[in-house]
Design a protein around this ligand. Structure first.
Ligand code: C5P
Length: 204
């Protein structure tokens, strides 16, 4: 069984995916991390992003700087290159097929990577809420962050991810939408679990 979770940055899809995978006993792949690893390695080595993507090693996903804002920006730039996306497709699909099941989160899982996924969720929240969450996270980590700057970065990243020609961020036609603007992590998990159970019962 494959659960595809897509949505914009800071909507809560990563936390949700991890928790759902733990609950179901499935493998979890944060596909954003792969694009982050390519973006960071490209910046650090000066190698072109396509070469980096084709030679990506599992160890590259453990780079300590992948969670930062600069890595997110670099990821969304290399993610617009069709050959980069193509190079990372097989890895993601192989991961999805591993038993006993998988939860993948990203931007194009339900539309491109796993169009036949059993369950598709599109997790979103208002731009303002997502920027506020990201800003609070940064401050909690002791980083200096200007709220307006975080908001603008997020707006730019949304626009780049939604407007690119290949695999733009979009809900699949058969995805169920979860808006977390007014939901905390527990409430989002409960909503997702209800959808998963409903789908599993109708499939059985
Ligand atoms: O989800 P996260 O913020 O880690 O993703 C970083 C960037 O990687 C996104 O802004 C997006 O450009 C890219 N990405 C993508 N397709 C995915 C996952 C992430 O294009 N499946």
């Amino acid at each position: 069984m494959i659960v595809a979770i897509d949505g914009p940055a800071a909507a809560g899809k990563g936390t949700l995916a991890k928790r759902l995978a733990e609950h179901l006993g499935f493998n979890h792949l944060d596909t954003g991390l792969i694009y982050r690893a390519v973006g960071v390695k490209h910046l650090e080595t000066g190698l072109d992003a396509i070469t980096v993507a084709r030679a990506l090693q599992p160890a590259d996903l453990s780079h300590p700087g992948l969670r930062g804002e600069a890595a997110g920006r670099a990821a969304s730039e290399v993610a617009a290159i069709p050959e980069v996306r193509q190079a990372l497709l097989d890895f993601q699909r192989r991961f999805a097929q591993r038993p006993p099941g998988a939860v993948l989160d990203g931007r194009d899982i339900g539309t491109v990577v796993c169009p036949d996924a059993d369950i598709k969720l599109f997790v979103t929240a208002s731009l303002e809420k997502r920027a506020e969450r990201r800003w609070k996270e940064l401050i909690a980590k002791g980083e200096t962050a200007i709220a307006e700057r975080v908001l603008q970065d997020m707006r730019d990243r949304d626009a780049r991810d939604a407007a690119r020609d290949v695999a733009p961020m979009a809900p699949a036609a058969d995805a169920v939408l979860i808006d977390t603007s007014e939901l905390d992590a527990d409430a989002a998990f409960a909503a997702a679990l209800a959808i998963v159970h409903r789908k599993m019962t109708t499939k059985a």
